[in-house]
Design a protein around this ligand. Structure first.
Ligand code: IMP
Length: 450
């Protein structure tokens, strides 16, 4: 009864969607366990490119159950948009299931996220402005509205009313700020309420979403249990990544949920002993979107080259991703936090033609102290200077390579250096965007399962 977690090992956008799509071949259920439509997964199949924000990356395997777990925060308007988009492209979504306990992103969450960021000014986190933080905050405050509430108009109205009442002050400030921006601060009296947060309109809108989503709503924890109990494989798909984890990432420059593997249990409703493998996904270099410390960031030609060749623009917001060398101090930290059993290195092809290749193996603080492990103190992470190991690069393009022995020896040495340093075997390497552009190290996972 294998339960396999797929977790991001860096700051997100490592290519988890493609790995999920590949490993899904051996699974019967694929469940997203946290995050919301702040995530973005791209899966390329031949000439077809699919981009998902919310729907699990297993959806292209229409015979398998694709589950949005209870740990996810769900914007129903965005989800319905994704469902419609997939249907238009002929993808069968009948096996999609949504946890009745997942929390709903409401229009006021999006407004509060945007307003919160504006208020922080230079200190802003660089959120995706999708309402993620305010929605998780409401969940913890027990003011959240859940998917199951969509099915009862009376309860839904009551809950929206209670939640909005508490937010009146923040929303009022928000509306004053908006008026200030429009330079008509004096006309405060007759300002009509924002139609997006009008109680009646919001309730109507969400009731209509409920009608459309009803066939997909289920007890998804039970569904995962049944599959595991029957000896089937369940894949737990994480969004974002370890360094963006609310508890273990570079707080406060993090997301509002826990992407690490342990959270798969809470976010899907299974027990720790149901998890048998943890696959950590890392790029052959590092990227980060939004603000926050990034020790190996490059502000030079190599950084720009990684950005161009790696097409490093966010799937969700289109923002340019910050780029830098592989950070093995952070990767080893991620390996430990996730108890990783396998490592996947994606986008190795982007490094071809870069010589030497560098990988950070320790940090030095501004006071000269050496850190072999990821420092717990934020000030040190902010000012840390990485110290690098230099490895010979490879000239040859590797996009068409499909077996380990055909990789240039320098590329194999780089992979070996990573796995020795981190202490986790590299099982899969990405050499291009298409789902076939991979090199299995050892047996493919699907063949092992057979
Ligand atoms: P939020 O999740 O929208 O609240 O944003 C918090 C931080 O997480 C910001 O720095 C975002 O750029 C980052 N973030 C959220 N989702 C992703 C993702 O899928 N990939 C990379 N960064 C993300």
């Amino acid at each position: 009864m294998p339960g396999i977690v797929i977790a991001g090992a860096q700051w997100g956008d490592e290519g988890k969607g493609k790995v999920t799509d590949l490993l899904a071949e051996r699974a019967s259920v694929i469940v997203r366990y946290q995050g919301g439509n702040n995530a973005g997964h791209t899966i390329v199949r031949g000439n077809d490119e699919f981009k998902f924000n919310l729907i699990p990356s297993g959806i292209l395997h229409s015979e398998k159950k694709s589950v949005i777990g209870n740990g996810v925060v769900l914007d129903p308007r965005m989800l319905l948009g994704e469902i419609d988009g997939l249907r238009r492209r002929g993808v069968d979504v009948a096996n999609l299931r949504i946890s009745a306990n997942a929390h709903l992103i409401m229009p006021y969450h999006v407004l509060l996220d945007t307003a919160g960021e504006a208020k922080l000014g230079k200190l802003s986190i660089g959120t995706t402005r999708r309402g993620i933080g305010p929605c998780y905050a409401d969940k913890a405050s027990r003011l959240g509205i859940r998917v199951q509430d969509l099915l009862d108009e009376k309860i839904l109205r009551k809950k929206i009313k209670a939640a909005v009442e508490v937010k009146q002050q923040a929303l009022r400030e928000l509306s004053v700020q908006r008026r200030k921006l429009r330079k008509d601060a004096d006309r405060t009296q007759d300002e009509p309420p924002d139609p997006r947060i009008d109680l009646h309109a919001m309730t109507e809108e969400y009731v209509s979403y409920g009608h459309r989503l009803e066939p997909y709503i289920a007890d998804t924890a039970r569904l995962c249990w049944d599959a595991l109990d029957a000896g089937e494989t369940v894949i737990f798909e994480g969004a974002q990544a370890t360094m963006l984890d609310l508890d273990h990432g570079t707080y406060p420059f993090v997301t509002s949920s826990n992407p690490i593997a342990g959270a798969a249990c809470v976010g899907a409703g299974v027990g720790p002993t149901d998890i048998t493998e943890v696959w950590g996904i890392a790029k052959a270099y590092t990227t980060r979107v939004g603000a926050g410390p990034f020790p190996t960031e490059l502000d030079d030609d190599i950084g720009r080259r990684l950005q161009d060749r790696g097409h490093e623009f966010g799937t969700t917001t289109g923002r340019q991703r910050r780029c830098g060398w592989m950070d093995l101090v952070a990767l080893r930290y991620a390996a430990r936090l996730n108890a990783m059993s396998s490592l996947v290195i994606t986008k190795l092809d982007v490094l071809s033609g870069i010589d030497p290749i560098k990988a950070a193996v320790r940090y030095r603080s501004s006071e000269g102290a050496v850190f072999n492990e990821f420092p717990y103190h934020q000030s040190i992470v902010h000012s840390a200077t990485p110290e690098y190991e230099e490895l010979p690069g490879f000239e040859m393009g590797i996009e068409d390579v499909r077996s380990e022995s055909d990789l240039p020896s320098e590329a194999r040495d780089y992979l070996r250096f990573i796995e020795d340093f981190v202490g986790v075997p590299v099982r899969l390497v990405g050499v291009g965007p298409d789902r076939d552009q991979v090199v299995w190290i050892g047996e493919p996972a699907a063949a092992q399962a057979a």
